[in-house]
Design a binder for this molecule. Structure first.
Ligand SMILES: NC(=O)c1ccc[n+]([C@@H]2O[C@H](COP(=O)([O-])OP(=O)(O)OC[C@H]3O[C@@H](n4cnc5c(N)ncnc54)[C@H](O)[C@@H]3O)[C@@H](O)[C@H]2O)c1
Length: 446
């Protein structure tokens, strides 16, 4: 039985008169805003980045793959506004938080964004508001970190006077088959009312809300999903090397194995892990597990294998430049194709391409890159020295100036036929050429 407050909230979700605040307007926050706007629900977006806020209010977005028509319409009809004015946090009925959760330099969870946001909310929180954390984090964050901050700042009791929940984001940027609205959302609440309110809210925004018994369980679900990916990617990366030594093509093996209708799920090897999630999230659990004197050996091992991949790719590149172009890598000019961490998006956080550039340049080669999605390398934490480097265009003439092309990202809008025809040597870490149906003697997989 829901309390009258929870019941009122649920009815306002159902008649769409509820107002949602989204804190953190990035890869996760903006699609979430779109999911609400699609339902005719009013959204106030909060961010500390004035540029991002101004852009959104002007109907522009730095993230290329996100369509802006609903935001433009929302700004016009008053259903959407982005702001840096956190005093407006008291206006929405629900505040959904999608701020970054990176690792520190020592590879420990960096919850500073979550803590700052929670403190900002704590200053303005009013009775009956629902606060939901969506950022990926370790089990216990909502209960052990956020709840005390909010209760202390407001003197209000979670689960009774305000409501708190965790619902992990499963956004897969650039995925043409699934977007925020069509991906079920797991929800854990601090108490029965928090859960009922969040389930009602997400049932309105996405195809299905999946309730679990606690916020910590919901936090663990997200980590489990990403650890599952990290471990399986490590496995195929290891298999790639074993099979390559045996003259077997791992991609052919996976494509055949995935015809098994049960008990197998395809994962694909690559030049290393990238993105804001898979290289980072597993270590949130590793860190928390230490509190219980437990070592997460599987996760560490997967991390080691995946971290080694760029080194293995560069060794293979050096060997091929030597045997096929008759040059030392130190004298070679290398073009890296793709700097985004995965295809068809403009996100290059933690991209293995940055490590590849670093490793190849360390061996004395001259490196340039081409990426149709990333014209200029933005500042990054780990590779500040690459900031400002520009994508070169590819043509028959420009390709002739390189000794090898290293395919690191398999963007769709690249003419792989022309690339292979114009290159001396192509080293393909993504099986992009074979997928494009190209069979040529100058293409090698790595
Ligand atoms: N990108 C993905 O595909 C993805 C998928 C699933 C989960 N996640 C998780 O979602 C969370 C957000 O990731 P993202 O990719 O959207 O990050 P992002 O960097 O694209 O966006 C975060 C936004 O938060 C803003 N911000 C930072 N501190 C703030 C503060 N104190 N108050 C208000 N705004 C603040 C930033 O300016 C930025 O606009 C992370 O925990 C991430 O692990 C991301």
């Amino acid at each position: 039985m829901n309390s009258p407050v929870a019941q009122r909230f649920i009815e306002r979700v159902q008649d769409r008169s509820i107002v949602i605040g989204i804190v953190g307007l990035g890869y996760v926050g903006i699609p979430l805003a779109l999911a609400a706007l699609r339902q005719g629900i009013k959204v106030i977006g909060f961010d500390i980045d004035q540029h991002r806020v101004d852009d959104l209010n002007a109907g522009k977005c730095a993230i290329k793959h996100i369509p802006m028509d609903l935001i433009v319409e929302g700004v016009k009809n008053g259903n959407f506004i982005a702001t840096t004015d956190f005093d407006r946090m008291a206006e929405p009925d629900a505040l959904l938080i999608a701020v970054p959760t990176p690792l520190t330099k020592h590879r420990e969870p960096d919850l500073s964004y979550v803590v700052k946001t929670t403190e900002a909310i704590g200053k303005r929180l009013r009775k009956e508001q629902l606060v939901v954390l969506e950022s990926t984090t370790y089990p216990g964050t909502t209960d052990e970190v956020m709840r005390p901050i909010l209760e202390k700042a407001t003197g209000l009791k979670s689960g009774e006077e305000f409501f708190l929940a965790f619902s992990p984001e499963r956004e897969d940027p650039g995925n043409p088959d699934f977007g925020t609205s069509t991906i079920p959302k797991v929800v854990g609440g601090d108490g029965a009312d928090s859960l009922a309110m969040s389930v009602a809210l997400y049932s309105a925004l996405v195809v299905k809300a999946v309730p679990v018994s606690s916020t910590a369980t919901a936090e663990a679900v997200k980590l489990t999903e990403n650890i599952f990916r990290a471990v399986n990617i490590a496995l195929v990366n290891e298999l790639k090397q074993v099979y390559a030594a045996m003259g077997i093509d791992v991609w052919e093996v996976i494509d055949a194995a995935k015809t098994k209708p049960f008990g197998f799920m395809p994962f694909y090897p690559g030049p290393g892990l990238g993105g804001h999630c898979i290289p980072i999230d597993p270590f949130y659990l590793t860190w928390k597990a230490r509190e219980y004197d437990i070592t997460t050996r599987f996760i560490e091992l997967a991390g080691q294998i995946n971290t080694q991949m760029p080194y293995a790719v560069v060794n293979k590149l050096a060997e091929l430049v030597d045997t096929q172009v008759r040059k030392n890598l130190s004298d070679a000019k290398i073009l890296i194709l793709g700097i985004a961490y995965k295809k068809n998006i403009d996100d290059m956080r933690e991209s293995p391409s940055l490590k590849l550039i670093e490793l190849i340049e360390k061996r004395g080669a001259h490196v340039e890159f081409h990426d149709p999605y990333i014209p200029v390398i933005p500042p990054t934490r780990e590779h500040a020295e690459l900031t400002g480097r520009k994508s070169v265009s590819i043509s028959k003439d420009s390709l002739a100036g390189f000794d090898a092309v290293l395919i690191a990202t398999d963007h769709d809008d690249v003419d792989y036929g022309a690339l292979v025809a114009g290159s001396k040597l192509v080293v393909d870490t993504r099986n992009a050429c074979a997928r494009a149906g190209i069979v040529a003697t100058n293409v090698f997989k790595a």
